[in-house]
Design a protein around this ligand. Structure first.
Ligand code: GDP
Length: 369
């Protein structure tokens, strides 16, 4: 914290140490600002000069407080999820906090899903996943914020359901919420100078309000940090490397029982028991997948993680959590999901084990595709 110096934009206490957190301003900008007596946090600075919002993140407790305030409003909740990482996008307790307010579920990063997959099938799947988690969306939209796809349709839906109310946009970090808001800002001409930041009453939490032409606004909220996202175990470079930027190209492996697949050095899948059958892997197209014998897999990892099996690099291996085993027996065709990294579609009636760094969940779901 920089004692007693606050952002002239939003009033937050400034700090120069934690990029991406509230009140951050680079030291150079702080020095410059002090000369003119006009110090902005980096977020307000970019908003003012580039008309662009930046992600900030929050811990669970702060976020719960924030959601609690949204519960007391009459509004439309726009809940943004990453369809490549639906589980990692879940906000614990969201269904309790939205109360009677309608939820519009927005699946972002649609551009990475195989184009062979019908969009209606995808939206049905999203709705079903939401229902499992106690959320009953009034409607479902699919967009690609980065590619500017279907933003018009989303805005039309927002307009249809908001019914003169404020709109709160919520999401966990890394789902592309900031990219989406920026795409919306670009789409709406004439709101250039109207963007403002302000506080949630009684908190130090920032919100950004983008006024509609009546007396209501689109309100961006800070992203919640989801602890078991793969994102927390990878550096920015590795994260970029494992996050799909292009349409996923599924890779099919004909596997016999007692074979293992390694996904870089980040995760692993063992085919423990079952008939020879196809396994389909959905991961970032450049992530190296290596097949080996199950009996030899532990040794292989020990020897080659950080070298043949990358990422993580050998440097990063020192701090990388050990892989933990999660066993599943399938009754139907299923996906074994490594949270945030990807999934493998496996046949019915097999025993498999998914491995992920300690702290990252591995789970089974009915096959998406
Ligand atoms: P936030 O933390 O939710 O605000 O997320 P950001 O907007 O910072 O985006 C997180 C990451 O997802 C960035 O690397 C973006 O480039 C990427 N991203 C955002 N939108 C899309 C999209 O529509 N498609 C793809 N492939 N990537 C996206």
């Amino acid at each position: 914290l920089v004692e007693g110096i606050n952002c002239v934009g939003c009033g937050v206490q400034l700090q120069t140490e934690h990029k991406g957190e509230l009140g951050f301003t680079p030291m150079s900008a702080l020095k410059k600002g002090l000369e003119t007596d006009e110090v902005y946090c980096q977020r307000c600075f970019r908003l003012r000069h580039y008309n662009e919002i930046q992600p900030v993140s929050l811990t669970d407790d702060d976020f719960r407080r924030l959601l609690g305030q949204i519960a007391d409003t009459k509004s439309l909740i726009v809940y943004v999820v990453d369809i490549f990482d639906f589980t990692g996008s879940l906000i614990p307790g969201l269904h309790r906090f939205v109360g009677d307010n309608p939820v519009l579920l927005v699946g972002n990063k649609a551009d990475v899903m195989p184009s062979s997959l019908k969009r209606t099938k995808l939206t049905d799947w999203m709705r079903q996943q939401a229902n499992i988690n106690g959320i009953r969306p009034i409607d479902v939209a699919l967009v690609s914020a980065a590619k500017n796809h279907s933003i018009d349709q989303l805005l039309a839906k927002i307009d249809k359901y908001r019914d003169g109310r404020d709109v709160y946009v919520v999401g966990v970090t890394n789902v592309g919420k900031s990219t989406l808001i920026n795409a919306i800002i670009k789409q709406q001409t004439g709101i250039q100078d109207l963007i403002t930041t302000s506080r949630f009453p009684g908190t130090t939490l920032d919100k950004i309000e983008i006024p509609f032409d009546d007396n209501t606004s689109l309100i961006d909220t800070p992203g919640i940090i989801h602890q078991d996202q793969m994102a927390h175990y990878l550096g920015a470079k590795e994260l970029k490397y494992v996050s799909p930027q292009k349409e996923l190209k599924p890779v099919v492996f004909q596997l016999n029982a007692e074979q293992t697949l390694f996904f870089g050095g980040l995760a692993r899948l063992d085919f423990v028991q079952g008939e020879r059958s196809p396994f389909v892997a959905y991961f970032e197209n450049n992530l190296m997948i290596h097949r080996t014998k199950l009996a030899n897999a532990d040794n292989f990892y020990e020897k080659h993680a950080g070298e043949l099996l990358v990422p993580p690099t050998s440097d990063e291996m020192t701090n990388f959590p050990a892989l933990q085993r999660h066993e599943f027996r399938t009754k139907v065709k299923s996906d074994i999901v490594i949270n945030g990294l990807g999934w493998v579609t496996v046949p019915a009636n097999v025993t498999v084990a998914g491995w992920a760094p300690k702290g990252v969940s591995v789970l089974v779901r009915a096959a998406m595709i």
